[in-house]
Design a protein around this ligand. Structure first.
Ligand code: BV8
Length: 265
C-alpha cells in the first residue's frame, strides 16, 4: 500500500528510533547502481541462460568454464558499478547507530564499498574464489588468466591452469566462485548471526528483495514472530508484502535517504 506523508513519517520514526535495527537487502538494493537483479532477464550473452541454471553445483560440474565466465561477466559489471544513495544512506546511518545490523543476499560487495561494516553476506561474495579441495577462500585475481583455475592447497594464492601446477607436490584443488549456489547450505556462522539478529530486532527494514529465496526469505517472519516491526521498501509488491507491517512503495536510492532522514545525497 502506498503510504501518505504522515504514514511515511510514522514509519520513518519507528525505523529511526529502533535501538536494534536489522536491515535485510536483496538484488533490488543494487539495481540503481546498474547491477541487474536476479529476476531481470540476463542481457546479451546470458539472455539464454537463467541464473537458477547457472548458480548451481551441477552447472559448475558440467560446464565449469561457462559458469566461471558468467561470474567474470558479473564481476566486470560490478567493477564498473558504484554504490548508490541507498547504500550510502545505510552506511551513514550505521556510523551513528551501532545497534544497526546489515544482512545481505547480494554478492556484489557494494555495501562495503559504500562504507558499511560488519556486513553479513548470506550468499557469498563475487570478490573471492574457493578451493574445492581445501575450501580456502582466495581473492579473485585481477590478472585472471581465464579458463578453469586451480590452486595449490596451502599456497594462499590462485595458481592457474591444471597443467601449470601439475608439477607441484602439494595437493591441488579446482577453484569455484566463493558463492552459495542453489541447493547448497548457507555459511553456518552467517545464517546463525542473521537468525539471532532477526529474533533480537526491534525493527527490520527489508529492501529490494522478492522474498522468494529461502532460507533468507524467512528472516522477516522470524523477526515478526519475535515481536519486531517489519518495513518493506520495494517499487513492487512481493511475496513478503502481505505479511509485513508497512510497505513503502519506492526504490532503495529514493526511499532510504528519506526514511533515515539523511540530507539529499
Ligand atoms: C538451501 C548466490 C538447503 C548465487 C543465491 C524452502 C522453500 C522453498 C525453496 C527452498 C526452501 N529451502 C531451500 C529451497 C531451495 C532454494 C530456494 O529458495 N529456491 C527458490 C528459487 C524457490 N534455496 C536454496 O537452494 C538455498 N540453499 O536452502 O540449502 C541445504 C541445507 C543443508 C545442507 C544442504 C542444503 C540457497 C539459496 C542461495 C542461492 N544463491 N545467490 C549468485 O548470486 O550467483 S540466491 C540469489 O537469488 C540472490 O542472492 C538472492 O538471494 C536471490 C534473488 O533474490 P532477490 O535478491 O530478491 O532478487 P530478485 O531479482 O528476486 O528480486 C529483486 C527485487 O528488487 C524485486 O522485488 C524488485 O521489485 C526489487 N527492486 C527492483 N529494483 C529496485 C528494487 N527494490 C528497491 N529498489 C530498486 N531500485
Amino acid at each position: 500500500m502506498l503510504l501518505c506523508a504522515h504514514e511515511f513519517a510514522a514509519v520513518a520514526e519507528r525505523v529511526q528510533q529502533a535501538p536494534r535495527l536489522l536491515v535485510l537487502t536483496g538484488a533490488g538494493m543494487s539495481a540503481e547502481s546498474g547491477v541487474p537483479t536476479f529476476r531481470e532477464a540476463q542481457t546479451g550473452l546470458w539472455a539464454r541462460f537463467s541464473p537458477e541454471d547457472l548458480a548451481t553445483p551441477q552447472a559448475f560440474a558440467a560446464t565449469p568454464e561457462r559458469v566461471l565466465d558468467w561470474y567474470r561477466w558479473r564481476r566486470d559489471l560490478v567493477a564498473k558499478a558504484a554504490p548508490n544513495a541507498g547504500h550510502r544512506a545505510l552506511a551513514q546511518w550505521q556510523r551513528g547507530h551501532p545497534g544497526m545490523d546489515l544482512v545481505t543476499q547480494n554478492v556484489d560487495g557494494l555495501h562495503q564499498r559504500a562504507g558499511s561494516t560488519g556486513v553479513v553476506e548470506l550468499h557469498g561474495r563475487l570478490s573471492h574464489l574457493r578451493c574445492e579441495q581445501c575450501a580456502q577462500s582466495l581473492p579473485w585475481p585481477d590478472d585472471d588468466p581465464g579458463g578453469v583455475l586451480w590452486h595449490q592447497c596451502g599456497s594462499g594464492s590462485v595458481g592457474g591452469s591444471r597443467k601449470s601446477i601439475a608439477a607441484l607436490a602439494a595437493p591441488a584443488g579446482r577453484l569455484r566462485p566463493d558463492i552459495v549456489w542453489f541447493g547448497e547450505a548457507l555459511p553456518a556462522a552467517a545464517w546463525e548471526h542473521a537468525e539471532r539478529r532477526a529474533r533480537e530486532a526491534d525493527v527490520v527494514l527489508v529492501v529490494g528483495t522478492s522474498g522468494l529465496v529461502h532460507p533468507a526469505a524467512a528472516l522477516p517472519s522470524i523477526a515478526q514472530r519475535a515481536g519486531a516491526y517489519v518495513v518493506e521498501v520495494n517499487p513492487q509488491p512481493t511475496a513478503l508484502s502481505p505479511e509485513v507491517d508497512a510497505c513503502v512503495s519506492g526504490t532503495a536510492a529514493e526511499v532510504l535517504p528519506q526514511l533515515l532522514a539523511m540530507p539529499p545525497a
